[in-house]
Design a protein around this ligand. Structure first.
Ligand code: E4P
Length: 217
């Protein structure tokens, strides 16, 4: 399974780049707005840090304007993937970009039917949001499981990307569902490393070693 980081914060992205386990980055207009730095400037700085797909989202809602924005963001760096919201106009753009060989990430997918339409349009990535459904008392992972099955059944080329992740438990469920990618916020990535029994176990190994007087050499 591939890990993307869901962030536009360069400090966070620099840290995970050093950890060496991140395969790509997803941004969205809200994440970019929080950083207060230029759109192109931020995407290019991210592309210098991570050698993998970097999603940059269009902000228009008509197909002509979306297509224009898509060509602009795609021209910034070869690793840019154009993120398109799931609306009918957007799916026309995904079809067009797919014919041009430009990669797309369809965002704001909540149902199997939406994912099916996006896959048929030729989306590279299907961003299925889990946390926003769970926040409302739903079960966001159900659509992920269904979408993974659909991609395999019909041999779509699209990859299932689990988005809107709130906790490490969603990564566990994404692995069980066989999702191709999880895009993970920095604080959740940090939590994935943590277990009190690991800390406790390491401390007792080190204490016992010290007491023994043994050395490596
Ligand atoms: C991913 O591409 C989305 O932008 C992101 O995961 C949304 O997460 P949120 O629901 O926490 O805003």
């Amino acid at each position: 399974m591939k890990f993307f980081i869901d962030s536009a914060n360069l400090d966070e992205i620099k840290k995970v780049a050093e950890w060496g386990l991140v395969d790509g980055v997803t941004t969205n207009p809200s994440l970019l707005a929080k950083e207060g730095r230029g759109f192109k400037d931020t995407i290019c700085a991210i592309a210098d840090l991570i050698d993998g797909p970097i999603s940059a989202e269009v902000v228009s809602t008509t197909s002509d304007e979306m297509l224009k924005e898509a060509h602009t963001v795609a021209s910034w760096h070869p690793n840019v993937v154009v993120k398109i919201p799931f609306i009918p106009e957007g799916m026309r753009v995904v079809r067009q970009l797919s014919e041009e060989g430009i990669k797309t990430n369809v965002t704001l997918l909540f149902t199997l039917n939406q994912a099916l339409i996006a896959a048929k349009a030729g989306a590279t990535f299907l961003s299925n949001f889990v946390g926003r459904v769970d926040d409302l008392g739903g079960e966001g992972m159900v659509a992920v499981q269904d979408t993974v099955n659909m991609v395999h059944t019909y041999d779509f080329k699209s990859e299932v990307l689990v988005a809107s992740i709130r906790s490490p438990q969603t990564i566990v469920e994404s692995v069980r569902a066989g999702a191709h990618i999880a895009t993970i916020p920095f604080k959740v990535l940090e939590l994935m490393y943590k277990h009190p029994l690991t800390d406790k176990g390491l401390q007792s190994f080190l204490d016992d070693w010290k007491r023994s007087g043994l050395t490596i050499e």
